[in-house]
Design a protein around this ligand. Structure first.
Ligand code: ACO
Length: 374
C-alpha cells in the first residue's frame, strides 16, 4: 500500500485556480484582479474594488453608479437582525461574534433570495451596518440609519460616529478595505470556497468564513501591535523595550509572516495611507513614533533572529491607520471582515463556476479490528 504524502495545514498545496489575487512572498508582491496592490488600493473606491473582483474588470462610471446604488439600497438590516444585535450588546459579546451571529440572520432580509449575486450584495452591503449598529448599542447609544448618499466606507464611519467623515478619513478607510479585500487562498477564503463547493448558499459561506477569520492566527490581533507602540511611548525607549521583549523570548507583534520574507506589500500601502492621513489630521507624532519603532524592531529582529527575514507585516500599520480613524481595537477584526467579504464572495463565484466539490482525504492512523466486548 502506498504511504500518502501528508501536508499538515495544506502548506504548498495548490487547490484552486484564481483570477482574484496573487501573493508572492519572496519578492513582496500582491496583485489584485490584475493590478499591483499599490496601484489599486489608494486609487479606487471600495465599491469599484468589489466590482473588479466580481466582474474581472473595473467598472465604467455608469456601471459604478449602478453598483453603488445596488449596495446602498441593501444597507438596512432586517428588524430581527437589529433585535439580535440588541441582545448581543446587552450580553456584551465580542464585536466579531455579534457580526457572525447577525450575518447568519441576513437570510431574513427580503432581498436575500438564495440567488448568489443578490445574497453577495446583501452581505457586502450589510456588514458595516451590523458592526456600527452593534458597536453603538454596546456603548448604550442608538444605531444610526445608513445614509445612501454616502459611499460604502464613508457611510460606515458615519454610522459609527454620527458625523460625516472628512474626505481624508473616508479615503484612508477605503484604502484599508481595498488592501485587505483579497489575499490568495487564506484560511477564511478557503472556508468560504469549501462551503459553496457543496452547493450551499452564499450567506452560509460568509458566515463560515467569519468563523475562520475570527481566530487569532488569521484575523490576527493588530491591537497588540498598537499597544506596543503606546507602551513604548517615546522613541528613546524603543530599543530597551524591544530588546527586553526579545531577551524574554517574546514575539514582536506586527512583525514576521508565514509567506512574506520581505516587507509585506500591504504594510507599504497602509504606511503610506497612514502617513497621508495623519498628515492631513495634523498629528504626526504617533506616526513618527511608529516609524521609529518599526525601524528599531526590524533591526533588532535581524540581530536576535538572523536569517529569519522578519519584516513588518500588515497588522502594524493596520493598527495605526484604524486607530487614526478613531476605530477602537475591538473593531479592527470586524473591519477587516468588512473588506474581506468582497474577496470571499468573489471566490465563491469562482468556485461555483468550477462545479467541483472540495473534498480532501485524510490518512487513517487509528486502530483496526477493535472488538466490542459483548
Ligand atoms: N518576533 C520575534 N520573533 C519572531 C517573530 C516576531 N514577531 N516572528 C517569528 N519569530 C521567530 C520565531 O520565534 C522563530 O524563532 P526560532 O526559530 O528561534 O524559534 C522564527 O522566528 C520562525 O518563527 P515561526 O513561528 O516558525 O514563523 P511563522 O512563519 O510560523 O510565523 C507569524 C509567522 C505567526 C506571523 C510570526 O511571525 C508571529 O508570531 N508574528 C507576530 C504576530 C503577528 O504579527 N501576527 C500577524 C501576522 S499577519 C496576518 O496574519 C494577517
Amino acid at each position: 500500500m502506498l504511504t500518502p504524502t501528508i501536508k499538515p495545514g495544506l502548506e504548498g498545496v495548490v487547490a484552486a485556480e484564481t483570477r482574484l489575487s496573487h501573493v508572492d512572498g519572496q519578492v513582496g508582491e500582491l496583485i489584485i484582479g490584475g493590478y499591483p496592490l499599490e496601484t489599486l488600493a489608494p486609487n479606487v473606491t471600495f465599491e469599484a474594488a468589489v466590482y473588479l473582483l466580481w466582474h474581472d474588470a473595473l467598472p465604467d462610471s455608469a456601471a459604478l453608479a449602478e453598483f453603488r446604488q445596488a449596495l446602498a439600497a441593501r444597507r438596512e438590516l432586517p428588524p430581527a437582525t437589529l433585535a439580535l444585535l440588541r441582545e448581543a450588546a446587552a450580553r456584551k459579546v465580542t464585536a466579531m461574534d455579534a457580526l457572525r451571529m447577525a450575518a447568519a440572520s441576513l437570510s431574513l432580509n427580503t432581498a436575500t433570495t438564495g440567488d448568489p449575486r443578490q445574497d453577495a450584495l446583501t452581505a457586502v452591503a450589510s456588514f458595516p451596518t451590523i458592526v456600527a449598529a452593534f458597536w453603538r448599542l454596546r456603548q448604550g447609544q442608538e444605531p444610526i440609519a445608513p445614509n445612501p448618499a454616502l459611499g460604502h466606507a464613508a457611510n460606515y464611519l458615519a454610522m459609527l460616529t454620527g458625523q460625516r467623515p472628512s474626505e481624508a478619513q473616508a479615503r484612508g478607510l477605503e484604502t484599508y478595505l481595498n488592501t485587505v479585500i483579497d489575499h490568495g487562498l487564506n484560511a477564511s477564503t478557503f472556508t468560504a470556497r469549501v462551503i459553496i463547493s457543496t452547493q450551499s448558499d452564499m450567506i452560509s459561506a460568509v458566515v463560515g468564513a467569519l468563523g475562520a477569520l475570527k481566530g487569532p492566527l488569521h484575523g490576527g490581533a493588530p491591537g497588540p501591535a498598537l499597544d506596543m507602540v503606546f507602551e513604548i511611548g517615546q522613541l528613546e525607549q524603543a530599543e530597551a523595550y524591544l530588546r527586553d521583549k526579545l531577551e524574554r523570548g517574546e514575539r514582536l507583534m506586527g512583525f514576521g509572516h508565514r509567506i512574506y520574507k520581505v516587507r509585506d506589500p500591504r504594510a507599504e500601502v497602509l504606511a503610506a495611507a497612514a502617513e497621508q492621513f495623519y498628515h492631513a489630521d495634523g498629528n504626526m507624532a504617533l506616526y513618527r513614533l511608529a516609524q521609529g519603532v518599526e525601524r528599531a524592531a526590524v533591526r533588532l529582529l535581524a540581530e536576535y533572529k538572523p536569517g529569519r527575514n522578519l519584516q513588518t507585516n500588515v497588522e502594524f500599520y493596520t493598527a495605526l491607520l484604524l486607530h487614526g480613524l478613531g476605530l477602537p481595537g475591538e473593531l479592527f477584526t470586524p473591519t477587516f471582515a468588512i473588506g474581506r467579504v468582497g474577496g470571499w464572495t468573489a471566490h465563491c463565484f469562482e468556485q461555483q463556476q468550477t462545479g467541483r466539490l472540495i473534498r480532501p482525504a485524510a490518512a487513517y492512523i487509528g486502530e483496526r479490528n477493535r472488538r466490542l466486548l459483548n
